[in-house]
Design a binder for this molecule. Structure first.
Ligand SMILES: O=C(CO)COP(=O)(O)O
Length: 132
């Protein structure tokens, strides 16, 4: 099931930096039954990795993060079109688009969007969403 208790379809964005993509794909596989009828968005490379592993999820892929995908997700947040952001950030590697990463993180905070950066937090956030 991917609806919350009030029956609304969950709208979720999935993003991972390269060193965290395996972890996000594994987390999505573990939670696929909860995500399969959610409305899913992802940045380009993250989305194609998830699509390869789980084509059934029907993810809407945006641009790759460094090419504007992070900003597209930020726009969805501003427009009230997301219920959560699962963004597995790599804390060990410098990013050429660090400003976009910061901007996306900032908007998630500004709009008080449930925002998970690692597997354990993602699991708690998803449980919270499902339980309304
Ligand atoms: O860079 C990203 C987030 O900052 C993710 O982008 P990709 O999913 O295209 O790799």
């Amino acid at each position: 099931m991917s609806n919350n208790l009030s029956g609304d379809t969950l709208r979720v964005a999935l993003v991972a930096h390269d060193q965290k993509k395996d972890a996000l794909v594994a987390w999505v596989e573990t939670n696929a039954e909860h995500l399969e009828s959610a409305q899913l968005y992802a940045t380009g490379t993250t989305g194609s990795r998830i699509n390869d592993a789980l084509p059934v999820l029907n993810i809407h892929c945006l641009k790759s993060g460094p090419l504007g995908g992070d900003q597209q997700i930020g726009a969805l947040i501003c427009e009230g079109k997301l219920d959560a952001l699962f963004f597995f950030i790599d804390p060990m590697s410098p990013m050429p688009h660090d400003v976009d990463v910061k901007a996306l993180s900032r908007l998630a905070i500004v709009y008080d969007l449930p925002f998970a950066n690692s597997q354990s937090t993602a699991t708690y956030v998803l449980k919270g969403l499902l339980n309304g």
